[in-house]
Ligand binder design. Structure first.
Ligand code: SF4
Length: 353
């Protein structure tokens, strides 16, 4: 979705006012009012903000989004859907900003320019091209593929048109507030409410938020192991691409922070771990099912015997004993059963974590 001028762009009337688009000069001349630029990451907060701004008749002149090229396919579908809605309601398209060469070029091919970095890499015998996997300390991707692109454009708009910049931060994330406009904060809308606002209007990201906690780059090494486990399960084609990228990174940079996906994990090692966990879970499931069946048989036989024995006896005087186990009051037996069930459930949850 590159930035497109609506067909026959000359003078366009939109619900909130009138502006003139000059496609050649790639600039917008405003008629006596401020310019309103909205940042859209595509996540739940910025989506809810955009949907509500449209619904509430707020002025919108440009909606900026940065594409890393590594978003989930469902995210691209979501952005297409939003783009159609925005065009239908306001006659403008999303303005998509992209690094000219993209994530993988930056990761593997960008030639190093700084003398100190060339010197360091030469000493360590590491490739002079590419930034390697992003890390906590060196998140080159966020800057080069998102924030620099957006802030450069926003600064240009602010400089040329005193633009107001709208950012989708929810009311329960006050630490992220800086010096822009935050409609969700102004309206007191939390992250949870933002997601519901999107769902209520039919924007569900094809179920992405039901699976993952976060919906940014699928290849991000900073995501939690549990998210990667889900990636393998729900997006095997992306998991296969991630394995390829990791092999290439290891071959080019070796086992160091540039070449290794996570500090203690290569993607291949994670693949082995997940596969092993999967087989353990299926063995566990099998054993548990077997035990459950035996237990059911045992329980139904035991129940019949007990029913005969206790007929007419006061519950206080009922003691139960199974096999060679010591006799217990009925009440205690019931409590133990409950405890056993809870600990079995906990064990199962631990295995799945
Ligand atoms: S989500 Fe991860 S990989 Fe993507 S830009 Fe952010 S830090 Fe980089």
């Amino acid at each position: 979705m590159a930035a497109k001028a609506p067909a026959g762009a000359g003078a366009i009337t939109v619900r909130t006012g009138r502006y003139f688009l000059c496609p050649k000069a790639r600039c917008i001349l405003l008629n006596d009012r401020q310019f309103h630029a909205v940042s859209l990451s595509g996540g739940k907060d910025s989506t809810a903000m955009l949907l509500l701004m449209i619904e509430r008749g707020m002025p919108i002149d440009m909606v900026l989004t940065a594409d890393t090229g590594m978003e989930f396919p469902e995210m691209y579908e979501h952005l297409d859907k939003l783009d159609r809605y925005l065009y239908q309601e306001r006659g403008i398209h999303l303005t998509t900003l992209r690094h000219p060469k993209g994530f993988e070029w930056l990761m593997f091919e960008e030639p190093k320019q700084k003398a100190s970095s060339i010197e360091n890499r030469t000493k360590l015998g590491v490739s002079l091209n590419g930034n390697g996997w992003p890390g906590v300390k060196v998140r080159w991707c966020t800057g080069q593929l998102k924030t620099h692109l957006i802030s450069k454009e926003v600064n240009r708009l602010k400089g040329e048109y005193q633009a107001i910049h709208y950012v989708g931060i929810a009311a329960d994330e006050p630490k992220r507030i800086k010096n822009e406009r935050y409609p969700l904060v102004e309206w007191g809308i939390t992250e949870k409410e933002a997601l519901q606002i999107c769902y209520d209007r039919g924007y569900d990201w094809g179920g992405l938020y039901e699976i993952y906690h976060r919906c940014s780059c699928w290849c991000c090494p900073l995501q939690r192991i549990d998210e990667l486990r889900k990636l393998r399960q729900h997006h095997p084609e992306l998991w296969a691409r991630l394995m390829e990228m990791d092999k290439r990174a290891l071959a080019q940079f070796g086992h160091n922070p540039l070449g290794q996906f996570k500090q203690n994990w290569t993607v291949e090692a994670l693949e082995r771990r997940f596969a092993m966990e999967e087989s353990q879970i299926s063995v566990f499931d099998f054993i548990e099912k077997e035990n459950l069946m035996k237990k059911k048989e045992f329980d139904s036989r035991a129940a019949e015997d007990v029913a005969d024995m206790i007929r007419g006896v006061s519950p206080k005087n009922i003691l139960l004993s199974f096999g060679d186990k010591p006799a217990k009051p009925l009440e205690e037996y019931v409590k133990d059963q409950k405890k056993e069930n809870t600990s079995r459930k906990k064990h199962r949850n631990d295995m799945e974590r």
